[in-house]
Design a protein. Sequence first.
Length: 318
Amino acid sequence: MDRFLKRLSSFANERGMPSLGDAETEIAFWRKHDRQMYSLRLSFLIMSLFVFPAFGLLDWHIGGASALPMLYVRAAAFFILLFVVIRFAAPTTTPDTRENLIKLGALATIGGELLLLLIAPEEAAQHYQFGLCVIMSIGAIIIVPRFRTTAMIFATMLAVYISTLAWHPGDLTMVIVNAILNIMVAGAVLVGSYERERLARLQAVTSNELTATNAQLQISRLDAVKARDEAIAASRSKNHFLANISHELRTPLNAILGFSDMIRSEMFGPVNEPRYVSYINYIHSSGTLLQSNINDLLDLARLESGKFGWEDESFDLC
């Protein structure tokens, strides 16, 4: 049985059963599934407590000499199902325990149905064949067990069912037809269970990826806002520095240019040494070149800050 389940799980993974990543995410996935399905599952189990024993009237009506053993079988299955419902509704029951309880309840009802099929009179056997199909299909649709749980239950049921075909009452042809019908129903329910879990897992994976992407986008947005604020602060610091340095440079540079121009023009008397004349010309031209270069840098700062024009004179050196 374990080998069969491992092969079935391997087949499911090869056919695209999405992995949730780690054990913690897997646990969270099944906890969410348990919360979503809890009310529906409990309601169906409680309803089964009334419906399953109610068919004891059918056992008594058509069972004939086998009616009493059939009622015993149904009573045993009922008490197992009653234990399942009580334990399922307990507030301390974990999702994994509930899944095992579903497994126990399914084995009890399906196993009871198989026993009823074996001991029922030939004319009544067809009713229990139909009941087996109903339990498999309706139970799996409403209870929504995990795919592994469904596979284990159906593998056990089909193994017992097929191995006891020789003792089923009725014509051999009809027994084979019913067996094929039940196997087809079990296969269809298995495929549906697999696809349902695959889609649920795919949705969970997509949701987790979307959540992670949104979180990363939020982090990136905060980083971008922080970088923007730092850039604005740096730009303000640079502009403040340039504004201050423009004032610091203006006074000495204007003095150099002004005094050198006065000496060059011999405003207060001639300069008798020709080398001094040459030197003062060099000083004035170098100061003019320095003033031009600094003004170019300040103009570039204005362009970067979007304030190039005559309306902002804080950077001017002249």
